[in-house]
Write a protein that binds this ligand. Structure first.
Ligand SMILES: *[C@@H]1O[C@H](CO)[C@@H](O)[C@H](O)[C@H]1NC(C)=O
Ligand code: FES
Length: 155
């Protein structure tokens, strides 16, 4: 085999590897995630991975819901009522990526009963809205729906 043929063969091999890698990335980008939320206790948050990103699923208590609705919307940096961010007030579903520079905020932390991003100190409330720190926007709400009372489909 000539050196030229070897180089061409190697190149073809790498093109194939890269093509199959991008194909699986496309599949990943399309993927929906179904989860059973019946084991998520009220007051707790689970983190699932969806399309390569963390998603927080919070089973909110009555106190959480009250807190989320006790805010004067016009004083928020990114004004959104809680009702615009949830389908069922008992469940908050948000992408767990800080809107500042992309760190993953910590649940049950910060000054507003929600999340705290340790990278530069952004605080999010129990509706995932930014309340303090450098983050410019609320945590993003992904596309999702409840298939029934206990099955959540994200994406
Ligand atoms: C909400 O905040 C705005 C701006 O600070 C203020 O003018 C308004 O009176 C507040 N509304 C309530 C219900 O507290
Ligand atoms: S990345 Fe979260 S505060 Fe900077």
């Amino acid at each position: 085999m000539s050196r030229f043929m070897l180089a061409a063969g190697l190149r073809l091999f790498f093109v194939k590897v890269i093509l199959s890698m991008s194909a699986s990335k496309d599949v990943l980008a399309m993927a929906s995630l179904e989860m059973d939320v019946s084991s998520v206790a009220a007051g707790s948050t689970v983190t699932v991975k969806w399309r390569g990103k963390p998603v927080f699923v919070r089973h909110r208590t009555e106190a959480d819901i009250k807190l989320a609705n006790s805010v004067n919307i016009s004083e928020l940096r990114d004004p959104e009522p809680d009702s615009a961010r949830v389908q069922d007030p008992k469940w908050l579903v948000v992408i767990g990526v800080c809107t500042h520079l992309g760190c993953v905020p910590l649940p049950n932390a910060g000054d507003y009963g929600g999340w705290f991003c340790p990278c530069h100190g952004s605080h999010y409330d129990i509706s995932g809205r930014v309340r303090k720190g450098p983050a410019p926007r609320n945590l993003e709400v992904p596309e999702y729906k409840f298939l029934d009372a206990t099955h959540l489909l994200i994406g």
